[in-house]
Design a protein around this ligand. Sequence first.
Ligand code: HEC
Ligand code: HEC
Length: 217
Amino acid sequence: MRTFIFLLFSLLLSSVHAEEPEIDLDLGEEINQVCAGCHGEYGEGGKNGEYPRLAGLPATYISAQIKLFKEEKRKNMPMRPYANDRELPDEDIPSVSAFLSQIKLTSQMPKFDESVTAYEKLLIAKKVFNIPKLEGDLELGEELYVNDCQLCHGVNGAGKDDSDTPPLMGQYTQYMTKQITQFANGERWHEYSEELFSELEPDEIQAIMAYLSITDD
Ligand code: HEC
Ligand code: HEC
């Protein structure tokens, strides 16, 4: 009887286990070594936004996008060799997403006291990341952002915790502009994309981007 109860109990445990995604941050870090070739060691992105920042994005959002790439619902040539079942099986997605999501970049170099060694400073400096200020009509940008985008993307573009909606603060403006073109063309899905993007003039997009480029300062 005892063995039976034990068996039943472990069966129950394993079925509970199977439903929860296994998150292994060490595995996530290991997988990220491949991603880092483009997205940077700390998920800071690169090449002025050719590769988007991934650090600090909500894990649910990162996972959802990887799945969209895998299913080719979001099409991108550079991501193709990495977002497939052989290179990145579904069960590994939560780990790499959680790893990237917990990376904290700061936008300013902190002030140090004398106890901090040069090496420690170097490590901290590697995680300092600030979007360069973009030219544009900041007032118009703020007005458009607050009216049309803030409800979902949060105050200052900071996003919302635990969300499928990405923050826009701290993301490369060049990358976001390219995404908006894709939303407007229907190449990438976005809620209400027709209402939101198809009538935006290039200088209005530039204005929103200019506004977002300074919210992380
Ligand atoms: C060869 C370069 C390259 C490598 C390696 C790469 N990516 Fe990407 N990734 C890109 C590019 C380019 C984009 C932007 C696609 C676009 O413009 O729509 C992207 C976009 C993404 C996005 C969407 C970000 C967003 O804000 O929507 C995620 C998530 C992502 N990559 C995750 C990964 C992960 C995880 C890995 C490693 C398993 C990885 N990538 C490896 C090039 C790469
Ligand atoms: C109704 C909610 C909502 C509104 C309003 C909204 N967004 Fe979004 N936005 C989202 C969601 C959700 C996503 C993620 C889409 C996906 O799953 O691929 C997104 C994605 C994006 C992305 C891609 C970010 C990335 O990392 O790839 C950009 C850029 C963007 N939105 C810009 C805007 C702008 C600019 C506005 C205002 C003109 C706006 N959005 C209004 C919900 C919204």
